[in-house]
Design a protein around this ligand. Sequence first.
Ligand SMILES: Nc1ncnc2c1ncn2[C@@H]1O[C@H](COP(=O)(O)OP(=O)(O)O)[C@@H](O)[C@H]1O
Ligand SMILES: [Mg+2]
Length: 394
Amino acid sequence: MTIAERQLPSNSLAQPRPRTQALLGESAPINEVREAIASAARTNAKVLILGETGVGKEVVAQLIHAQSARASRPFIAVNCSGIPETLLESELFGHSRGSFTGAYRDKVGLVRQADRGTLFLDELGEMSLRMQAVLLRFAETGEVQAVGSDQPGGRADVRLITATNRDLRAQIEAGAFREDLYYRLNVIQIQVPPLRERGNDILTLFDHYLDHASHTHGLPKPTLTPDAAQQLLTYAWPGNVRELRNVTERVVLRNRTRPLTPEDLPLEMRGGHTAPATTVSVSPSSTESPAPREARSDRVQQLWDRMQVGEDFWAVVREAFRARELTRGELAALVDRGLQETRGSYRALLKIFRLPPSDYKRLHAFLYQQQCNLPVAQYRKARTTGAQASAGSR
Ligand SMILES: Nc1ncnc2c1ncn2[C@@H]1O[C@H](COP(=O)(O)OP(=O)(O)O)[C@@H](O)[C@H]1O
Ligand SMILES: [Mg+2]
């Protein structure tokens, strides 16, 4: 157990962290990241970590802390997405008793608890504009102002590391991210490359996580045929290392005794060849049954499974869809399946799709654009007739 872990506070938003991990891989881009970590660790400067989902941004943040002079102090990670801004503010900066309903006593915020350590704010791009203003004030002055307190709470000595998978420049253009905050946080910038650009690291990581999964589940570690290894190297890995971990777990659980061939890998990894493309057209104004059940190909099942084990909708669907590896009919079938579970609630669908509530509009806009914003009446009817008795009740 690391010191950082022992000193973790009991706040609800700070997740318990596993022991600081090694950054696996020897490819040139990963070696560059390693050098960037070492040089960032020699300073106290703010770091902005950029990269797609699942590339290891949090691992990078942990390593900067662990190699820095602050290593014996806490590393506190906070995920800024999907948290109501008032809660986020009070978790970060604390609150004084009576400042809102339920604030029964003074509470020390995470920023204070991270004093002389490192505060890692993940999913920075999801932060509301008001919260960005609060963060800017802290980033500029180091002053900690508790919610509901009229006195300044003094300064905290905290090293700030932030991360996002969003294109902050584009968000600035769109008025969704403050340019002054961007400049304030972007002192040292580290770009973590996508997995598909790391060559043989893919095999190293796959082997490592096969070991891990077979150990965890007490099952034998599978071997790979050369074709299957080739498939791993050519696949695009839109969910990056997080997706790779999921895949290793799935193949271990399948518990095949012979070496794995490409056919043993999840369907979405096998390119467009094996998955029959469906030609279902979906009309947004249709009041018919939204997506015929035949459209539920194996691929839909695979995408569904990936969300069940923790990947979010964007990671699972968007790139496959843009690369035309996923048909509109399949996307509609996925939405159809979700809406059956939620009995027509798009809000509840967010949860199933592993998206924060703040992604409601974004999801709607995406589905509308793809003409997959299925009408919900159909699913509601199922509830009153009791036809979907086995569907989830959320
Ligand atoms: N280079 C790496 N070596 C070992 N594990 C990694 C590496 N990069 C990422 N991981 C693992 O992949 C998962 C996703 O990493 P994480 O840092 O949470 O990604 P991000 O914050 O970029 O979405 C974690 O389980 C992490 O331990
Ligand atoms: Mg992350």
